[in-house]
Design a protein around this ligand. Structure first.
Ligand SMILES: C[S@@+](CC[C@H](N)C(=O)[O-])C[C@H]1O[C@@H](n2cnc3c(N)ncnc32)[C@H](O)[C@@H]1O
Length: 275
């Protein structure tokens, strides 16, 4: 199969959203679609200072696991937004099943054009997704716009050293795997700064990415050896071979220190007092 080169932003967004709502991705990634899983999500929430009653937006909420955890474990009112309609529907059902529908809602929407009022959230989280937004300056401005003055954004994301990826990881598959347009941590901070958000803290979590790549690799091999009734119908041998080639290159990039994972907290300044 010839994989198209990244080009049209709408195609990139739609490919990413479609891939992340497929049953195959759910079978391989599990409940959380980012390195570090819920453990890193909880750390992000504590570092952000999330407290009961806060209104939180989860941008690119995927299967909704983070939003549900922020509601149950931190007592927040959470709104999730994602481009993938099926993911939004599934996440909504999960909220209903957990009797959390009054505290957690999910909406279809684009991070580059968030369907929310200015200043309507105390905090915004965005896990392993900012790297996939084709127009990052616009997405950063949207995160800043929906935050109230004094509110904070918490991002965890893939980082990549400039020019450090092999060409195989910069095509459409690399984009969907969150690598092709990932940036160095400093560039994320610069993008947020240009949108008026001041970075207060950064941390490296490169090991979380290494573990996730290893786990995906191991699960793919298990599925190839012993396809279950579920995964057997989802992944052909060719799909698994392609995915394993990608995880092999990703593992090399992580070992070489070219690709990693980082956490960043940034703050929207409080409005200047009027004199
Ligand atoms: C790697 S998954 C992360 C999902 C979730 N944050 C998590 O950690 O479990 C990336 C998600 O970004 C979503 N996405 C990609 N581009 C988007 C956009 N422009 N606006 C909203 N969501 C987007 C995809 O649909 C997918 O659910």
């Amino acid at each position: 199969m010839t994989i198209p080169r990244p080009g049209d932003p709408q195609v990139l967004k739609s490919c990413c959203a479609t891939a992340y709502q497929s049953d195959a991705v759910a079978a391989i990634l599990g409940d959380s679609y980012h390195p570090g899983g819920l453990t890193l999500t909880r750390h992000l929430a504590r570092t952000l200072g999330l407290r009961p009653g806060m209104r939180v937006l989860d941008v690119a909420s995927g299967p909704g696991t983070t939003a549900l955890a922020l509601a149950t474990e931190f007592g927040c009112e959470v709104v999730g937004v994602d481009l993938g309609e099926q993911n939004v529907a599934r996440a909504g059902h999960a909220a209903e099943k957990a009797a959390l529908a009054d505290l957690v809602t999910f909406h279809t929407g684009d991070a580059e054009q968030l369907p929310f009022e200015d200043g309507s959230f105390d905090a915004v989280v965005c896990e392993c997704a900012f790297c996939t937004f084709p127009d990052k300056p616009t997405a950063a401005r949207e995160l800043a716009r929906v935050l109230r003055p004094g509110g904070r954004v918490g991002i965890t994301d893939i980082t990549v050293a400039p020019g450090g990826l092999p060409p195989e990881l910069t095509d459409l598959a690399g984009w969907v795997a969150c690598l092709a347009d990932a940036r160095p941590l400093e560039q994320y901070a610069d993008l947020l700064a240009a949108a008026g958000l001041r970075t207060a803290l950064t941390e490296r979590h490169d090991d979380a990415l290494r573990r996730m790549v290893e786990q995906i690799d191991a699960r793919l091999r298990v599925h190839r050896m012993t396809p279950t009734s579920k995964t057997g119908s989802l992944l052909t041998g060719a799909d698994i071979d392609r995915a394993l080639a990608l995880t092999g290159q990703a593992a090399q990039a992580v070992s070489a220190g070219t690709a990693g994972y980082a956490l960043l907290i940034a703050e929207k300044p409080k409005e200047a007092p009027t004199s």
